[in-house]
Ligand binder design. Structure first.
Ligand code: FES
Length: 154
């Protein structure tokens, strides 16, 4: 009888401790998540000045930002090309090939973006010109702030 009572007390104590630990973790996760960016808000990072964007060839650039992953902050680096559309407005392309994600490189001799993995070819405007990529290069949201081109952290 005494042994049974001792076991019951032990089970109740362990159950209470486990419930408390889970509650503490849930609260910690909730506080951590609340410190992240509110949904719907955007953060922008300066990429280059408008004067730096060449007329003819795209400019390779990268930018970094911190992103909340669960309960830790991760540094993210994005590789992009900055060019101009037919009207001369800035466009920003991801350097990830839309086939399987290999990096694309600008070829000055052919004036195309080329992917070395499977031979994907994109025009200067990011449209598919050849190879297996299923769609154009992804564009990165950007805006002009004064004389600076800014891109969205995403
Ligand atoms: S990953 Fe670029 S063509 Fe396959």
């Amino acid at each position: 009888m005494r042994r049974r009572t001792l076991l019951q007390a032990l089970v109740v104590t362990l159950g209470t401790a486990l419930a408390g630990a889970l509650g503490w973790l849930a609260a910690l996760f909730g506080i951590s998540s609340a410190q992240g960016r509110p949904s719907g808000s955007r953060k922008w990072v300066a990429l280059c000045s408008l004067a730096e964007i060449p007329e003819k060839e795209p400019l390779a650039r990268s930018f970094r930002f911190q992103r909340l992953e669960g309960w830790y902050w991760q540094e993210v680096t994005r590789q992009v090309y900055v060019g101009r559309d037919r009207q001369g407005a800035p466009v920003v392309f991801s350097r990830r090939c839309t086939h399987l994600g290999c990096p694309v490189h600008w070829s000055a001799t052919s004036s195309t973006f080329r992917c070395r993995c499977h031979g994907g070819v994109f025009t200067q405007l990011g449209e598919v010109e050849g190879g297996p990529p299923p769609r154009a290069l992804d564009r990165v949201r950007h805006r002009i702030s004064g004389e600076v081109l800014e891109v969205e952290e995403a």
